[in-house]
Ligand binder design. Structure first.
Ligand SMILES: Cc1cc2nc3c(=O)[nH]c(=O)nc-3n(C[C@H](O)[C@H](O)[C@H](O)COP(=O)(O)O)c2cc1C
Length: 371
């Protein structure tokens, strides 16, 4: 399906990222058997498979406590470095949570990893959804929009420290006076991603982020977010790129793929899904416009942490490739993907889906040249 936004199609090939399963239980809140593991050896091998398969980025997750089946969680920055050490081209995006992290430590730590890995580290600034986690570690739980105000200052601090000598900044959360970090990160500078789709999240993306990550959605809804962010960003001169979450179930037939989705949902842990739904909807309550990431999520949507079923990358490789092009037409620069059995399915995606996407992109380009 294409949705008629071809005139704005980003010219670059769409990029692929995968969620690093550094948290136990995989990326669905379901008791369906998964061959995915959260351990280091599994993840190092997965990162190698991903870079051989045509993935550009891996996104690690930050979590401080268990919840909804995610009993074990490896820390994101340390884990990212282990994946970088096991690979040679892949970029790894480490998640940072303002509050537990201070920008001074984050800037220094990431600059060193950047130096150690020829600039293959990036960061995802997350603003928090899990109030129980904040309570457990004694961190104040700010209102929704205050969390974003802090995240924006965090990003401005990181960028200032990484690009300026004698950095001086007067924020409400962070302050710097004539601060010079040496060494600075390697070239290219770590890209700054962010997660969230509320008004506050979009405005922050428009002002300061390199990348905006949003939950799974239809091309029409992605387009609306892209237009909204681009209109605001035009005022500041920033041009954030857009990453869209999706849970991929690629099988040789559509029936097989749909059956897997059915099985994941039938095996969902209802108490855990409801508790997760309660937590995330509550986290967005203070977002005045009510457009946050999970504002409209149903029970079935919530079985995947970031509404990844909504993007509908579920079917045959041909169907999925067409739908990825529709996302690109809607303004997406990157597809952020999760899978049930990561190692096998990332390899399958690389063999069967990415070449189809590239062929569709090439066909489109040659049509455009001929016109
Ligand atoms: C792709 C993506 C990745 C995220 N990763 C994390 C994470 O690792 N840890 C975390 O606490 N929150 C994570 N978040 C949550 C966001 O930072 C944000 O708090 C949440 O999406 C609320 O968004 P809202 O502004 O739309 O209400 C992620 C969100 C997205 C979209």
């Amino acid at each position: 399906m294409t949705v008629g936004f071809v005139q704005d199609t980003p010219p670059d090939p769409i990029r692929f990222a995968y969620w690093v399963p550094n948290v136990s239980g995989g990326l669905v809140i379901s008791k369906i058997p998964q061959r995915t593991s959260w351990d280091a050896d599994y993840n190092r091998r997965l990162a190698q498979i991903a870079e051989e398969s045509g993935f550009d980025y891996a996104l690690t997750q930050i979590r401080f406590t268990a919840g909804y089946g995610a009993e074990y969680q490896h820390e994101s920055v340390a884990f990212s470095h282990a994946l970088l050490a096991a690979t040679s081209r892949l970029k790894v995006i480490a998640a940072l949570l303002p509050g537990p992290w201070h920008p001074t430590l984050a800037a220094k730590q990431i600059a060193t990893i950047s130096q150690l890995t020829n600039g293959r580290i990036a960061v995802n600034i997350v603003s928090g959804w899990f109030s129980g986690e904040f309570r457990a570690i004694g961190e104040p739980w700010l209102d929704h929009d205050e969390r974003y105000r802090r995240s924006e200052e965090f990003i401005r601090s990181l960028r200032g420290i990484w690009t300026q000598d004698n950095f001086t900044f007067r924020g409400d959360f962070y302050r710097y006076t004539d601060y010079t970090l040496k060494p600075k990160p390697a070239d290219p500078l770590p890209e700054i991603f962010q997660g969230g789709s509320s008004r506050a999240a979009r405005d922050m993306a428009a002002r300061v982020s390199d990348w905006y990550f949003t939950n799974g959605n239809t091309p029409e809804n992605i387009r609306a977010q892209v237009d909204d962010i681009r209109a605001k960003a035009a005022e500041t001169g920033n041009r954030p790129r857009i990453g869209v979450n999706a849970f991929v179930i690629a099988r040789d037939t559509e029936e097989e793929a749909r059956a897997v989705l059915q099985e994941i949902i039938e095996n969902a842990d209802p108490d855990a899904v409801k508790a997760f739904g309660h937590e995330v909807k509550n986290a967005g309550k203070a977002s005045p416009e009510g457009e946050g990431n999970w504002a409209k999520s149903s029970f079935n949507d919530l079985v995947q942490y970031n509404d990844g079923f909504k993007t509908n990358l579920i079917g045959t490789p041909d169907q999925i490739a067409e739908r990825i092009l529709a996302l690109k037409d809607a303004g997406a620069d990157l597809a952020l993907l999760a899978f049930l059995h990561f190692q096998e399915e990332v390899a399958y995606f690389g063999t069967h889906v990415i070449p189809r996407v590239r062929a569709l992109e090439a066909a489109r380009e040659s049509r455009a040249e001929a016109a």
